[in-house]
Structure formats: C-alpha cells, structure tokens
Design a binder for this molecule. Sequence first.
Ligand code: MF3
Ligand code: CO
Ligand code: CO
Length: 271
Amino acid sequence: MLPGRLNKDGIRIYSPEDFAGMREAGKLAADILDRIAAHVVPGVRTIDIDNAILDMIKEAGATSATIGYKGYQHASCISINHVVCHGIPSDKKIKSGDILNIDVTVIVDGWFGDTSRMYVAGQPNRKAERLIDITHDCLMKGIEQVRPGNTFGDIGAAIQRYAEAHRCSVVRDFCGHGLGRVFHAAPNVLHYGRWGSGPVLEPGMFFTIEPMINLGRPETKILADDWTAVTKDRSLSAQFEHSVGVTETGVEIFTISPAGTFHPTWDRAEA
Ligand code: MF3
Ligand code: CO
Ligand code: CO
C-alpha cells in the first residue's frame, strides 16, 4: 500500500511525515554526486564512475533504483556532450573538455531520491560553460514556481521562457515525474508549457524537475542500444535534476548538495 491519497488529477498527496523519508533519500543521492566529482577526470572510463557510485550506494546500505529498471543494468546514467540523457556507463574514456551529466537514483527505506548535475573533465569551453549555467538556472527558475496554487504549466513556462530567451531549446521528448515510494509516477512534469495550464500544485506532492536544454534544436533520437538519447543535430545538451516536495508555503528541495557543489561541480577558470 502506498501512503497518502490520490488527488483529482491522479497525483499522490503524501503526508507531512513522509517528507522525512524523502529528505534522507535525497540527501544520499546528492552526497554521492558530491563525492563522485573527484572521479571525473580525463582518461577515466564511465563504467569506473558507475562502479564507484554503486559502491557508495551499497556502503550506505541503500539500493540503486536504476539497476533492473526496465532492464537497465547500471547505478547511474552518464550522458556526455551531445547525449541528452540515459547514457549507459561503458569502457568509453572521458576526454579533457567533455561535459557530462551524472544521474543517480537511490532507494532509502523505500523512498526514492533522484538527482543529476553537470560535470566537466578539466575545464569546459566557454560555449559549454554557458549552456551548463543556463540549464542550471532553468532548473532553479522552475523550482521558483513551486508553491501551492501554482500549476505544473507555470514550471514548464518559466523554464521555457528562460531557455529560449538565451537562444537555447528545451527537449520535449523527456520530462520530470512524480516520485516518492515509486520511481516514476504521475504527473509528467514538462519543461515547457503555458502559464496557468496543467494540474494545480498542492502540499504533499513529490516530483522531479529535470530540464534538458540544447544549444541547437530540441529534437532527440534514441541509439540502437535502446537507451542513449542524443540530439538529432549533435548539438551540445545539458541537464540538472532535483527531487522536490510542495510544502504549505512553497518548496523543499530534497536533493540539495551537502557540500554545496550542485553547480558548478568544477573550479571556475580565472577570468
Ligand atoms: N534517473 C532518471 C530520471 O531522472 C531515470 C533513469 S532510468 C534508467 O528519471 F533506467 F535509465 F536508469
Ligand atoms: Co528523474
Ligand atoms: Co534522474
């Protein structure tokens, strides 16, 4: 039995006590993303990063939500450069200047914590750094809209307005999602949309916001491995993800970085 109740839009409303469970799961996922930064260096294979992530999950007594999910076999998704999302860890080595998203979802006491952020091997070039900054700011613009009475459309509209004002595009083919005692639940959280449209936000809703923003066109395609999503025009793509809860007055971010390194994960170059 899942806790809470479904509202009229079929979105689960969790109770105030349930926030504690999300906080623990979110904190572990964020802490793992903090600690993995040291592994992101030129020459390392993405499978080595994934193995380190799995070790951290196990050492914490938690479980990976992605291993076994629809046949997926890894503890993270690692999406490099023009890979939009769902990059599969492999023998591929990261090169200096590569930008990568690392996405981790853990289960702690039955609660799901889902977060991702951007890393760079060495220093990003100016174009890449700009895309990453814009994408991070898109996520935060979306989170700013989270409060009772606003709508899911407000979240998408805020993200889309910011991305397009900066001549970037919002990926339409993937979205955020409700989560809690399950990995993916209603609603689909779109990263584009119209102000005032969509379901109304209520205290006790738990969901992710995880915009994927491209330097070029928004279209994606899936590679033959059936997972890896890339930009059709091979333009650079970035993504950030937080798990959040709607409170009586606004929002709680469950996946805040304990080290304060959600963004940037690297040292900014001297000007
Ligand atoms: N963590 C991803 C998300 O943000 C989902 C990854 S599913 C996997 O929803 F199977 F690809 F790992
Ligand atoms: Co997610
Ligand atoms: Co994720």
